[in-house]
Every structure is written in structure tokens, then in C-alpha cells.
Design a protein around this ligand. Sequence first.
Ligand code: FAD
Length: 457
Amino acid sequence: MYDLVVLGSGPGGYASAFRAADLGLNVAMIERHDALGGVCLNVGCIPSKALLHVAGKILMADEPTHGVQFSKPTIDLEAIRHHRQSTVDTLTGGLTMMAKGRKVTVFHGEGRFDTANSMTVSKDGSEEKVEFKNAIIAVGSRAIKLPFVPYDDPRILDSTSALQLERIPEHLLVLGGGIIGLEMATVYQSLGAKITVAELGEQIMTGADKDLVKVFEQVNKDRMSFLTNTQVTNIEATPEALNVTLKDKDGERQLAVDAVLVAVGRSPNGKTAGIADIGVRLDERGFVLTDDKCQTSVPNIYAIGDVTHGPMLAHKASHQGHTAAEVIAGHKVDFQPLAIPSIAYTFPEVAWVGLTETEAKKQDISVKTAVFPWSASGRAIASGVTQGKTKLIYDEVTERVLGAGIVGSHAGELLGELTLAIELGATLEDIALTIHAHPSLHETVGLAAELGAGTIT
Ligand code: FAD
């Protein structure tokens, strides 16, 4: 009997299995695929960033190069696919070694709960029973499907097939203006596709403040066309094209494109693997309900990652994984983050953490903002990346920093300082008095705080 069985080997699953093994528990992990790492390592965060790295190189050749001319890039799709796959293989191979090193038993097969203390793992017609004292559900999420989309048509892509880069369509419609859709739009645009993004909401990247998103749109206005407040109501596949019906306040119209990427969000996998049958409570959408200890309604069963409420992000999953493993090992810990960063690895990057200005307004929280434009940053000017801004959202009375957003080159890397600031309860003055190196992009964080604190004008 194992002390702990983890169902799923994504960032939540492997983080919890490894932490539990490090704490001395006898651990097994169950994964249906041959490669460990879940969506993130195999068909999510990692391959998309490998492709975005390549996209960045291509786009650089297009930008003003201040005296250095690059010729038009030559694209070798096979070599780009190889870069993506070797990045994935390096990381997933590393996980297998780490599991071995920690003596975590890995079962490859489809896991299904029989009771709250046993599971059956099925593979190729054979079955194995696995018994445990505790289990962690880390089964992740899957792409949402729309009823009118002709999924059998190879010109319809989801994020997984889009990452394969089978071909570059002349005109790609990206259905959904969230992070995943916009990252893939960036990749395909850099490889030569014309991009139209259709978004139902009033802005793309709905989680971020509008003023940050505007900078992204401005930089990309000649590369992509953004249709907001626009619903895709039908897609008709003909031999020549995919005829997409778009509906906005002016009525319906048709757009003929060569491919459609459906990126309208993801839904949790809670209604699978016999999870509900053993008494674990779910909400109506299939999220597993948990408390601050990641414990479900069945006391020895825990749940983490995309299958639980909260942002569907790898770092949220892995932190929950650590909490669940530590709770099972008897530690007194909770999962209560003040700040979970979100990053769109687009060009420019858009990154935000904690409370946004929009949320503050909705929740009637009195906040002020301090914004430092990158057009006044020495490093940004020297590097030709002045289209950016750093924004702090802080409590009107205490001046405690509650949220932050950055748009610009390397915005995601700059967000770390602000995530820590929020977690530590830092005020504007704390940040303003922290010496930031000159000239640097992170200096814009210090300068925004100084603007807010009134020490500079
Ligand atoms: P998953 O990674 O989904 O892993 C679940 C695992 O469980 C899978 O391997 C699955 O095969 C296995 N499984 C499920 N059911 C069973 C069963 N019954 N038996 C056996 N195995 C089972 N997040 C970020 O933070 N940063 C990013 O840059 C980012 N980019 C993304 C890009 C794309 C294109 C996509 C699709 C997602 C991206 N995400 C990103 C989201 C991130 O991938 C997820 O938040 C993360 O993978 C969730 O981890 P998880 O452990 O909850 O589940």
C-alpha cells in the first residue's frame, strides 16, 4: 500500500509526488501518456515558449535595427519543429530521471478510482490494482469544444495541433483572444500567416487592464486584426475555404479563411476517472471542490491544479502540489497566495499580478495607480523598446501595493519583484527606497513607485 498515489503527472502531479517523496513518503504516480509532464511540458507552456522564442528571432529582423540590416529570414519549419520537440524531450526526460532518483513508482495507464483507497490502472487490456492511504487528483483540464465547429476538418486547429506546425495557413482566424490564442497567433504571424482574432468580450486578454492591452494592440496593429465584441456563430467547411460567420452589433457577416484555431478556454477534468463516484464533491462545471489544504470532501483525497478553482496556470498547480504533499506528510500549511502572476509571452509581453484596476473598480476597493511610461526609460530608449509601461495599483490610504501590470519587452521577467512585493505587503515607499540598477527595465518599477509616492514628478 502506497502512502500516496498521485493521479496525473503534470506540473501539479509531479511537484506533489516529488515533494512527498522528499518528505519520506512511499509514492506512486499514474499517467496515461508515455511522457511525464502533462499538458504544460508536452503540449502547453514549454512547446509554445520554444516556438515563441523562434517567433521573436523572426520578428527582430523586421524591426528597426539601428544601423544593422538583417536580410529576410529563411524559415525551416522542420528545424523549428525539432527545436520545439527537443526542448520538450529534454524536460520530460528530466522528469523521468527525477522520479527514478526519488523512487517514485510510475504507472503508465488510465487510472480510475474504485474506492477512496484503491485505483485500477488499465493499459492495453491489462489491469493493475493500486492501493493507497492518500491520493492527489491532478488530472488537469482539456480544451473547450464548440458545437458548430467541424472538428474533423484538418484546417480546424486546437492548441495541441497548432503547436505541431503542420503547415502555415495564408489566413488564420483565431477564435478567442485569450493568452493561448494570442501566443499562437504571434507564432503563426511571424511565420507568415495573416491573422484575425475574434473575441466575444469587449477586449482581448480579458484578465489584464485595458491600458496595458492597448499597448499590445498598438504594437501589433499592422500584424494582426482584432475583432472584439464579436461572436463566431458558425463555420462552414468548403473545399476552397472555411467560411466563418461573425456576429457583432452591426449584424452578421462572412469571412473566408484557410484555417481556424479554436482557443476559447479550457474545462476541468473532474467528471472523469471515477472521481465523483467515490464521493468527491464537484461543482456543476466539473471543478473539484477543495479547501485551503487542497483537501476534497473525502478526507484522504486531495486535488490540485487545473481541476480545481483558480487560474489554470502551471505555477499555481505546482504550488498547490507542494501544499497537498506537505499536508499529507503532517505539516501545518495552507495554499493562500496573495498573488499568482499571469504572463502572455507575446510581443510585447503583457504581465499582471494581484489586483487589477478593473477588479478594484468592480469590487469597490479604493485604489490609486502609478504608471511609468517606458518612453522615459533610458534602457528602453537605448534598446528601442519604448512601447511599454509599468503600472502599480496600491491602496489609497496605506499605499500598500495590491497589484501590478507591465507591458513591454521582458515584462514577464520584471513581474517577479512585484509578486514578491505583494506577498510581503510592501508599500510604494518600500519599492521606491529599494535601489534599482540604472539603466535597467526593472528600474521602471522603482520609478513608478517614486511617481506614486510623490518623490519624483
Ligand atoms: P495537466 O498538466 O493537465 O496534467 C494532467 C495530467 O493528468 C495529464 O498528463 C493527463 O494525461 C493525466 N491524466 C488525466 N487523467 C488521467 C487518468 N485518468 N489516468 C492517467 N492519467 C491521467 N500555464 C502557465 O503557467 N504558463 C504558460 O506559459 C502556459 N502556457 C500554456 C500554453 C498552452 C498551449 C496550454 C494549452 C496551456 C498553457 N498553460 C500555461 C496552462 C498549463 O499547461 C496548465 O495550467 C498546467 O498544465 C496544469 O497542470 P496540472 O498538473 O493541473 O494538469
